[in-house]
Design a protein around this ligand. Structure first.
Ligand code: NAP
Length: 258
């Protein structure tokens, strides 16, 4: 895995998305060590990781978890640090005050230079407003599940209006066969793959897709996006949206409820 990451950097990738909960930070750290030893500068890569909201889920726990993440990565700062979900795991406790206390600590961590940018992930409009009403700063990033079958257009638009950059996770995770057929029709027009269409669509609507692959050929293909989708293509993909076509995660029902 570390070797694949090194290959990805060598073919031009510069942004690595990881998270405390993925258990991949040490692998990223191993790949970075190889690259730094070979002469790559720290400022040539952008490393993002995420705070996992397990209890006690407060300011102190975010500082401790970031220290562990930095150790795993072998870094003295990360380029961006996100709250992974707006609701804590293994707890039904009220979460708003906890999010606020975590965010205030993240503001301090940014001021100290341990993280360059701070943001959130899977936060709905109300979760963001709870932070901005109580804290000094607006999240710089919201990483959301966005792909042609689950577009979250209203939420993404709200983020953009607030100056929050939208990153799209799961940008290639299209399971609906009708949506796949619609993407294939467009892909055939430009002699590209469905994956390339899905990535280009995300970029053209203003998001940064964060995609994953273990396959070097896919990694190469996913960077070849030198074509432009027409308004007609964008409209055809817009019609593929379905409000319940999201991934079934532990936090989704809680994110909707609280
Ligand atoms: N914030 C969150 O809550 C959250 C949740 C989930 C994920 N994420 C982040 O988002 C990243 C991407 O999401 P994801 O991994 O869930 O899904 P994804 O990037 O939408 O899909 C990954 C799948 O697409 C395949 N793929 C990649 N390029 C392809 C191509 N050109 N042609 C055909 N298939 C291709 C990969 O298979 P191959 O390996 O065979 O290429 C893999 O099975 C994750 O790595 C993670 O960093 C964040």
């Amino acid at each position: 895995m570390a070797a694949l990451l090194v290959q990805a950097i060598l073919i031009g990738y510069r942004f690595i998305d990881t998270a405390y909960s993925y258990g991949t930070e040490k692998i990223v750290g191993a790949a970075l060590k190889l690259l730094f030893d070979a002469g790559m500068r720290r400022d040539e890569v952008f490393i993002q990781t995420k705070f996992y909201p397990v209890m006690p889920y407060d300011g102190e726990s975010v500082r401790k978890q970031l220290e562990e993440s930095l150790q795993n990565l072998g870094l003295d700062y990360v380029d961006s640090y996100l709250i992974h979900q707006p609701v804590p795991r293994y707890s039904e406790l009220e979460y708003t005050e906890r999010n606020i206390s975590v965010w205030k600590e993240m503001e301090k961590l940014r001021a100290e230079g341990k993280v360059k940018h701070i943001g959130v992930s899977n936060f709905l409009e109300r979760h963001i407003l709870q932070l901005t009403e109580a804290c000094n700063t607006v999240p710089e990033i919201n990483q959301l599940e966005i792909n042609p079958q689950f577009q979250q257009r209203g939420l993404a638009e709200f983020c953009r209006k607030k100056g929050i950059a939208v990153q799209s996770w799961g940008p290639l995770s299209v399971t609906d066969e009708d949506v796949q057929s619609a993407l294939q029709l467009i892909a055939d027009k430009y002699s590209v793959s469905k994956a390339q269409v899905a990535l280009k669509w995300n970029i053209q609507i203003g998001n940064t897709p964060i995609c994953f692959s273990k396959n070097i050929h896919h990694l190469i293909e996913n960077r070849k996006l030198d074509f432009e989708l027409s308004d007609e293509d964008l409209e055809a993909i817009r019609m593929c949206n379905s409000a319940d076509a999201h991934r079934k995660t532990w936090w989704y029902p809680r994110q909707q409820m609280y």
